[in-house]
Structures are given as C-alpha cells and as structure tokens.
Design a protein around this ligand. Structure first.
Ligand code: C2O
Ligand code: CU
Ligand code: CU
Length: 489
C-alpha cells in the first residue's frame, strides 16, 4: 500500500467505515449448489490430493486465478472412518510451499499439517492418519505461516466428514440427497468480475471481508431439497467474516452437532452464529414445501468489542443473502422425526489440574505500528498472544499429555475466534457468562468476546519439531502473528 493511499483510507475509515465497503458486483445468483465430490480415504495407496493452480469463472465468464485440491477451487469432500487408517498423498503442484492441515482432527503433531510441515512445489507429503475421532464435520486447509489467509482465500480448503461405523446417528445421512455440505465464504471481485484479495488497513486490523457470498464455490446458489428433514453441514471457511444464520421465514431448526461431533441432544433455535472455522450441523424440516432463503443477519460483534463503535466491523445491517432452497417433488426421505437424544462422544473431563491464561493482543498503537510496518515492508509485529507475536522457532508452552486443564482466554480489544489444534475442548464460560458445555458441544474454535474459559485435554503427542498451534482463526490475524505453539508429551 502506498503512503498516499494509506492516508486516504485512514481518514475515510475513521469518518465513515461504510466507504470501505467493496463494490458489489452484479453477480447472477441462483446457480445450483455444487456438491463436492466424495473421496473415501482408507488404508493403502491410491488416495491423492493434489494442490494445484486453476482458473474459475465465478462471475460472467471472467476467469479468476484460483487454487484448489484436485480441482480449480476448494477440494473434494474427504471421508474418513473412525478406527481405520487413512493414507493420503498430498502433492504440491502450486508455485509456493503449502500444507494440508486437518482442522479439528485428533492426530499427533507430525501428521497435523501445521506450519512446520510446509512442503515445496513438486514435493509430496504422505501422512498415514490414524482416524481416532468421533463422527464429525471437520475441514482441511493450507497452513503456511504468513500465507494461510491468501492460500485459503484462493481456494486451498475443503470439508472432511468422519464416520463412526459403531455409532450410526438417527439423522438424515444420505450425502447429496438429504445431507449437504455448505462451505460458506465471502470473496471480493473487481469490475471485470475477477476475484481479488487486496488488503487495506482495515482488513489488516479487522480481517478481510468480501462483497459476495459463495457456498461451495458458487455465488448465492440454490438447492432443491426433499420434503422432509434435511441435514446441513455448515462450515464458515471465510477468512474473517462472522455469520448469524437464519431463514427468511424465521423457521425453527435444530443444531445436532458442533465442531467436534454430535451434541448430546438436538438444540432448537431460530438463528445460529458461526465465527470463522466453526462448524455446525443443523437439521431443517422442509415438510411444508415452502421455498426459503438462508440469510445472515447483522452480527454486531464482528469487529471491535461493543460493536457499533467507530470500527463496528462493517457487517451490514440488512440481511446478507447466503443461498436459497426450494423443495422438489420427492417425498420425504430418511428419518421423519428428530430423536430426543444423540450418541454424542462428550465425556466428563473432570476437574482441571492447572490453569493457563491467554490474552489475544492487538498491540497498543497498532494502527500506527502497522502503518509503518507496511511502509517499510515488515509485518507480523502487531498481532500477538500474551504480548508475543508468533515465532516458528519458539515453543510457547509445554503441555503434559492426558491432563485436564482450564484455559482462560481474554481479548484486549476485538473479538477473535480462538482455535486449538490436536483436540476438542468443552466451553464453560463465554462472553463472561457460564455456559452449559452440553448446549455448545465439542469445540475446537471458540469466539472470544470477553472472559472465555475452556476445559481441554490433549491425548496426542506433539514434539518440538512439529508442535500444535493455538491461534486466532481470523486468517489475517493468524498470519500477522496472533498464534502460539506448544508441545504435548
Ligand atoms: Cu484451521 Cu491452525 O487451523
Ligand atoms: Cu486447526
Ligand atoms: Cu483475531
């Protein structure tokens, strides 16, 4: 960013954040929802996940330069089975180092795909994943330090479904029929319809927000569902945008799973908030056959705390269209009623044996700081945790295996989605208030908007060379250093 540009932006920013809203392209919504191809990954050779360059015309036939796994943008839906090894060859045919991080999966550090496991173009990484994880909706994405935001933005991400053959849930489970993946992202496009990722000052501070909503890579698509119960696996794969999902007719739906697997019982709701990297499985009843749209309404805490302030985060007050549904001729398929309880894997973690404190920092004076860092071409100095910016060569914590800990997470300025590798945790306090972990479910991301407490235990090893990460999942914050790393042993 040139200096003159910066000054203009700052003035505009402080006076009227709305001026920063990117021009919305007149995109044609309503293409059919793309359903990612399934790649069943089991033991043995033959499962290749090639990261490649591509082009995709998101708008009006204008090609954008993209990245994908096995395709031009995003990747196949990987299906792993609990208790069965998954062998996968990740091939790098891009121009830069990449990784494949199995976000949410309980695997040891050397298989986790974190920043230390970046590998160069032309190389292949062949992890053998012991799948020891309850049935869940997870995802995968590149995780190269300093490049994650850009690589995920361009397309290096996809969904993972873990099946547990011993625990068959009594929910809709016919993929592409009454069970759908919904990968929600926001992207910006220039006047010609080309996808763009230009970071301005506000994007560095608050994270990048695009002007268009994509689901599974298509702009505000349309899905025809059967007249019955339908399961939607929602993944917020946006770099920074938060969503508060609801249906235009205000219908009730049930959340049945969160990040790490099934809830103990369905939870009824009319709206659902998802921060970046969070997942939720919901079951929606389409028996009434009425067409409806999924929207996101006004997330007040999208930016600075106390939302609505001078930097309220740019989330618009009008509902944001996500996608639309109509009901096809087919009669109900699968279960017709929701069970009262679900075969959740949530267990009692017991009393914590120690407590750790984390504060997510946007350093004081960071507006000025980041301006100068930008001008002199240095970055990574403004975001941190407990006063320190991420350093690949520094281990921040050494955590003993198999012991329950209480992690208290605070933020000094903005709200941040805090993510921990290698395990699922239980949330006991959010926004300063106690919560019932059973309502929230097994998590690997928690939105920190005030005093937050989680109970966490690690059962997988992570050594010095390949530690686990904890970080803000606003990808621009993560890349700027709001990340730490720890060993488990
Ligand atoms: Cu989505 Cu460190 O990960
Ligand atoms: Cu992760
Ligand atoms: Cu953050």
């Amino acid at each position: 960013m040139k200096r003159r540009q910066f000054l203009t932006l700052t003035a505009a920013t402080l006076a009227a954040p709305a001026l920063l809203t990117r021009r919305a392209v007149a995109a044609e919504p309503g293409a059919p929802l793309p359903i990612p191809q399934v790649m069943e990954v089991g033991p043995g050779a033959g499962n290749t996940l090639t990261a490649m360059k591509g082009t995709r015309a998101f708008i009006d036939g204008t090609a954008s330069n993209t990245l994908g796994y096995e395709q031009d943008y995003l990747g196949p839906l990987l299906r792993f089975q609990r208790g069965r090894t998954a062998n996968i060859d990740v091939v790098n045919r891009t121009d830069d180092p990449i990784t494949a991080h199995w976000h949410g999966m309980h695997v040891p550090g050397h298989l986790d795909g974190g920043p230390q496991l970046a590998f160069d173009p032309g190389k292949t990484w062949s992890p053998e994943l012991p799948v020891d994880h309850p049935a869940a909706t997870l995802w995968y994405h590149s995780h190269v330090h300093g490049r994650t935001a850009d690589q995920v933005y361009r397309g290096l991400a996809g969904m993972i479904i873990i099946d547990d053959p011993d625990v068959v849930d009594p929910l809709p489970r016919d993929y592409g029929v009454n069970d759908f993946p919904l990968i929600v992202q926001d992207r910006s496009f220039d006047r010609s319809g080309r996808m763009t990722y230009d970071l301005g000052m506000m994007d560095m501070m608050l994270g990048f927000r695009g002007s268009e909503i994509l689901v599974n890579g298509a702009i505000r698509p349309k899905l025809t569902v059967p007249a019955g119960l339908v399961r939607l696996r929602l993944l917020n794969a946006s770099n920074a945008r938060m969503y508060n999902f609801s249906f235009t007719d205000g219908r009730q739906f049930h959340q049945v799973a969160s990040d790490g697997g099934l809830l103990p019982a369905p939870v009824a709701m009319e709206s659902l908030r998802l921060a970046p990297a969070e997942r939720a499985e919901i079951v929606v009843d389409f028996t009434d056959r009425s067409a409806v749209r999924l929207v996101s309404r006004n997330v007040s805490s999208g930016g600075m705390m106390g939302g609505g302030g001078i930097m309220g985060g740019g989330d618009n007050a009008a509902p944001l269209d996500i996608m639309s549904f109509d009901v096809g001729g087919a009669a109900a398929i699968g279960p017709v009623t929701l069970p009262a309880s679900l075969p959740s894997d949530m267990s009692d973690l017991g009393a914590p044996v120690r407590t750790r404190d984390f504060t997510l920092n946007v350093h004081a004076g960071s507006m000025i700081g980041s301006m100068f860092n930008n001008l002199i071409g240095r970055d990574g100095q403004i975001m941190g945790i407990n006063g320190e910016s991420y350093d690949m060569g520094r281990i921040d914590l050494t955590v003993p295996m198999g012991e329950t800990e209480l992690w208290r997470i605070n933020t000094d300025m903005m709200v941040h989605p805090f993510h921990v590798h290698g395990t699922s945790f239980q949330v006991v306090k959010m926004g300063g208030r106690p919560v019932d972990p059973k309502q929230v479910g097994l998590k690997d991301v928690v939105l920190v908007e005030g005093a937050t407490e989680i109970l966490v235990r690690f059962d997988k090893q992570a050594k010095n060379e390949t530690p686990f990460m904890y970080h803000c999942h606003i990808l621009e914050h993560e890349d700027a250093g709001m990340m730490g790393q720890f060993t488990v042993g």
